[in-house]
Design a protein around this ligand. Sequence first.
Ligand code: OAK
Length: 824
Amino acid sequence: VEASIPEPQRDAWKRNQPEGFKDKDGFEKEVVRHVETTLARSMFNCDESAAYSATSLAIRYRLITGWNKTQQRQTYRDAKRVYYLSLEFLMGRALDNALLNVGLKDVAKMEDIISQEHDAALGNGGLGRLAACFLDSLASLNYPAWGYGLRYRYGIFKQEIIDGYQVEVPDYWLDFNPWEFPRHDVTVDIQFFGHVNKTTNAAGKTISVWEGGETVVAVAYDVPIPGYDTPTTNNLRLWSSKASGGEFDFQKFNNGDYESSVADQQRAETISAVLYPNDNLERGKELRLKQQYFWVAASLHDIVRRFKKSKRPWSEFCDQVAIQLNDTHPTLAIVELQRILIDTEGLEWDEAWDIVTNTFGYTNHTVLPEALEKWPVGLVQHLLPRHLQIIYDINLYFLQKVEKAFPKDRDMLRRVSIIEESQPKMVRMAYLAIVGSHKVNGVAELHSDLIRTTIFKDFVQIYGPDKFTNVTNGITPRRWLHQANPRLSELIASKCGGNAFLKDLTQLNRLEAHAKDPQFRREWAEIKYANKVRLSRYIKEANGVTVNPAALFDVQVKRIHEYKRQQLNIFGVIHRYLTLKAMSPEARKKQLPRVSIFGGKAAPGYWMAKQIIHLINAVGAVVNNDEDIGDLLKVIFLEDYNVSKAEMICPASDISEHISTAGTEASGTSNMKFVLNGGLIIGTCDGANIEITREIGESNIFLFGNLAEDVEDLRHAHTYGSHSIDGDLDKVFNEIEKGTFGSPHDFGALVAAVRQHGDYYLVSDDFHSYIQTHSLVDEAYRNQDEWVSKCITAVARMGFFTSDRCIDEYAESIWNVEPLVVRE
Ligand code: OAK
């Protein structure tokens, strides 16, 4: 680092190294200093919110020093960097994570202060949270890496439940954000609209010049990402949009055209104003495409600028830069880099295209047809005229190759064309991403197999199987075990030789020897119970319902989606309720008490998902107040599920539900979080459930339901054969229709989806097996010693599911990058 500082400044730098605090006293002094001089408040009226502000300001000082050094080191050593482009980073809270990662967690213990922090909720669900886990692992493994995203003014909406219905409230989270650093000097002008001119350049070559019609400025905001117990603090750069030419156009303003001058400003700021709240769904809105290009163009400009500083030839670009596309949202980056290379830098097409394809990797996160991005050609033409030309050229050269390789297969060209010849014509972003990348990966084995054999099978024919690979998802054990469940983490550490397992999760296997140790089991169970008590208190506060912490806690928290099948769960709950009601009081006394806990947001425009939320709440209102039932069954919907709530909920679950229709959930990552926190799973053979089963053993998981390979035939039979509904499910429907849970009209669509509309998600086909498997869960839970042993064994075998392992796999097989070890 020292050598990277120019001579005249080096001496001053050496003499003035920031010192920071070294112990608890020094830390406290810093906090008080911030309360009094940064916040300009007296310690007399330092409330918890001010304490949070001052504490985070004290801690961030430590981050900044490590961050500066990391950036200097990475620049000086000029090693290959990874750029992770994601439209979502679902970070959650930063303070607790920062305390842990920089090693100050023991200096400052303060739950009340930590809980003052607003979640950074710049994401919808799995895809965004995965990006956040990856940033943690990249830094913790010392990879030189940057994240690039958008700085939304509003993250995912806050969910309120009013009369059982979801109501969306804006999430303005930027009031006080000590974790971001505006870089008003790092800006990029981004163009939209306009037209393309052909001119001749100095070398006499005809080139295309894009004259944009509107310019918006991208301003960088940087967020430090500290690694756990490493000297690396990486950077997450988020772009914010603002009008070019300052706040508003003074010329217009002075001419009296106030409205239009303000309108320009607002149009520009709108680009980064709000996160689209859809999970696994693409709605094709113009503003969304603007967001994508704005973010991608700013990021590429930044990456190219950094590369050019190194004065290397273009042929070395892909030795210095690896760019990962988190789903197809950043696919325009492929086109933008090609445009920069041929239009601005004057490279020949083939040379440029070689660089482009060697730079990009594409991760697919869904096979759901409604989530596969397509943009109308006319819209792309209007917004990005030069890019559309390049897309057509990319497609032309690609199809020429395909035609050569498959001369007799005319239909192949139609099928794989990047342009879908529909009315209107569409650009197929996933195909563009495949053609422009050197590797394509799915996120769990089944999912990677499915993309190879279904949605992308023609491309496997064309490129061969090696271009398609699998990297099974993982989670960071720092946040999802140590931070979320400190007592369990401590107990594990006591048997695994300290905290080393947090950096090498396979060391959890040392727990296995203790799975049957009665004393260890007792301590384990006691921690689970305490976590359930904590959640029960929260439920009492938030929902006003008293739940028994000794009951079996059955949790399903995730985005509400028909394919994730919360409807199957609530129908199962109704079935349980009816079964209990039909019993004699004596028989009831022998039943195991249960708490069914739901949580999750529905996309605001997803009507069926909102019906599901309403039904859950309606069932809760009846069941929770039924005196016959008492503690035997409680149904809870937790409002506004988010990352910090997940940190409280995961440690408190006995069983969690991962029950998607087989073949629809690409991976799932909360399944991993629940098992790592000593809970078991009830699930289908889908996504990462399959690999979790392989790792932890079939006897430690409750699998049920039809397999992915049977789904197509079953759906076909629903439509063309006779479709009979499961008898128990029929009884549930009849009860709903009797009005037991309020006006049956309200839930008609949920029933009709199964009875009349082909039961696309196979709820009826899986119902019997689901109910039976829940009986097995009850039975297993009665034997607490056995149950706890299963939980311990499962945790011991979860080492594979750390995001550290994922990142090493990406680094080795896709990015070809290495950690930057510190030599100082
Ligand atoms: C969101 C928008 C478009 C496409 C996919 C998603 C998404 O969130 N997919 C989810 O990604 C997670 C991380 O890979 C997976 O674990 C989930 O199964 C998948 O639904």
